[in-house]
Ligand binder design. Sequence first.
Ligand SMILES: [Fe+2]
Ligand SMILES: [Fe+2]
Length: 320
Amino acid sequence: MNESNSANISSNFDFFSVDRLIDNSVTDFDLFINLRDHFILYSGSGYRWSREELTHLFHAGHTSLYVRKQDVSKTMMYEAIAKLPTVRQDLSPSERIRAIEDLGAKFTQCLFEGEITEACTDKAKLIAQELTDCILEDRSCVLNLGDLAGHDFYTFYHSIRVSAYSVAVAVSLGLSDVQLLREIALGGVLHDVGKRDVPVALLNKSGPLSEPEWSIVRSHPKVGHANIAQSILSHVPREIVLHHHERRSGLGYPDGLDHRSLLTEVQIVTLADIFDALTSARSYQKRRTRFEALDFIKHKLLKDDICPNAFRALVSCLTA
Ligand SMILES: [Fe+2]
Ligand SMILES: [Fe+2]
């Protein structure tokens, strides 16, 4: 905060109104004050704002701060993330998971519409933590996940549901390391982040995809992996983003890895991903019931493509 840095090239800075700052939020960009045409660093990236600080700033007459022009997109994402709803902790797990589902969908929408900043990955970690805590309290809360009738918001709700099913399966498999469960949850939240670069019309196309269209859709794991390359994320979520479309048979994409090379955590998310897709209404398929989806996976995919232990765990979660 006392570190100072000045520049007098106003064309490099934009206004940032103090009333855009939100109590108890972290700004992941530098903010400056203007003193006699010199821009002096007021708060460095990573600064957490308290209500007292905001009041003090306002009373000191600093109603406007300044931000570097190249950071303007970060300020937009900061505002979008900071305005996301909070989840009431006094709710029961089955009520909380619906609130987390809505929060996760709104978060994914932000992720798809803006720049992926530190504020995004911080929020994704927080959502992963809330989701994991909720499921550890009562695994059967996943039965309360919604089933949207339309497909317009599918992409936004899909990732958080995949995350929830994945954690429930992992818990059923006996994985008890909370940190690892949170990493699986985080991988689920982010697994389709590469789809932000796929045109919505293509994601929702009802007819068969042409070869060029199909190759754009199939690029999303690698694109997503590249999107999060600069983020501070551990190995498991990165692997989930890159390899959630691999198959145990080795016939998946993008790298054709088989069961010997795929992390169990990735195989769990792969199953959750397929299950949520089958139980959702899409432009090209009718929604299946949970029973129909499990039956489909059992008869069509279990032999070669899906981890049998994870499948048994999913059945136990949904029939508990
Ligand atoms: Fe995907
Ligand atoms: Fe997916």
